[in-house]
Design a protein around this ligand. Structure first.
Ligand code: SF4
Length: 280
């Protein structure tokens, strides 16, 4: 068995995914970020179908980025060459928010922001940050979920809180040094399978202050934690790569069996930390 070190690296940089892992299961955080344990169990069944869906999601994100960088639509459309990709692409280019976006000077696809956070550092990679002509700053995140999650659930996700807070804390880096006003910020999740029903989350100074305070306290707690208990929510384990290591079952959970609880799918969210280069 792998020898575990259980040390958080001194210069560990927190992200929404590591914070979400800690919130979902402190043991998973320990195994993944402190022990660097690689345990290649399938996260869900049917494995091949879900793997294909994840790859298509990654490919779609790359197409969206290329579109926003100004690559001709016709050229990109040819690369949306599976039924899912073709449908997502069609929905994407017809998304009303995108009209005119490509002409904005303040458009930042696949941008990374980071800022000090107490004794730590926080980083986020955004699908798109857009500075609009009416002086708003909008974070866009593309989701290829099969089902649309509830807004209440999205609102509580660390991604929603980290992305907005970090935009306010560090967005001046891409705003000519000018601070970002929370009330001018919004985060939009756009769902490739539900193109007419994006989830929009505005922001405020009080939300920002609260979020940043919680982030500082949480990262201090994580740094000083002396134990990392397993989650009591065994549903988390059914889709966790460490389940046999933790003695929480061998068989991967079946996503179809959990259709009523769509949020399970988000455990395999596409994020830029996982996306390699795709040739065009
Ligand atoms: S299998 Fe369960 S207890 Fe173990 S790390 Fe994963 S979520 Fe946590």
């Amino acid at each position: 068995m792998t020898e575990l070190t259980s040390q958080l690296p001194a210069h560990f940089v927190f992200s929404q995914s590591s914070l979400q892992d800690y919130a979902d299961c402190p043991r998973r955080f320990q195994l993944r970020y402190m022990d660097h344990l690689i345990y290649p169990a399938a996260e869900s069944e049917p494995a091949l179908e879900n793997e294909r869906h994840q790859l298509e999601g990654q490919h779609f994100h790359r197409l969206a980025q290329q579109y926003l960088l100004g690559i001709p639509t016709e050229k990109l459309a040819r690369l949306a060459n599976t039924p899912n990709l073709g449908r997502w692409w069609e929905n994407f280019v017809n998304f009303s928010d995108l009209t005119g976006l490509r002409n904005l000077s303040g458009l930042y696809p696949e941008v990374t922001l980071s800022a000090p956070l107490g004794d730590s550092r926080l980083i986020a990679k955004y699908d798109l940050i857009a500075f609009t002509e009416d002086d708003k700053v909008i974070i866009y995140d593309w989701k290829t979920y099969r089902k649309r999650p509830r807004n209440e659930w999205l609102s509580a996700r660390w991604q929603t809180r980290v992305y907005r807070a970090l935009l306010v804390a560090a967005g001046s880096q891409i705003n000519g040094g000018k601070p970002i006003v929370p009330e001018r910020c919004e985060m939009v999740y756009w769902f490739a399978n539900y193109p007419d029903d994006p989830a929009r989350f505005p922001y405020s100074e009080s939300q920002y202050n609260r979020d940043w305070d919680v982030l500082v306290k949480l990262t201090e707690e994580i740094r000083s934690a002396s134990s990392h208990p397993q989650t009591d929510d065994r549903q988390m384990c059914a889709y966790c790569t460490y389940r046999s290591y933790c003695d929480r079952g061998i068989q991967a959970g079946n996503l179809d069996a959990l259709e009523a609880e769509m949020e399970a799918e988000s455990l395999f969210d596409v994020n830029f930390e996982q996306i390699g280069e795709i040739e065009f």
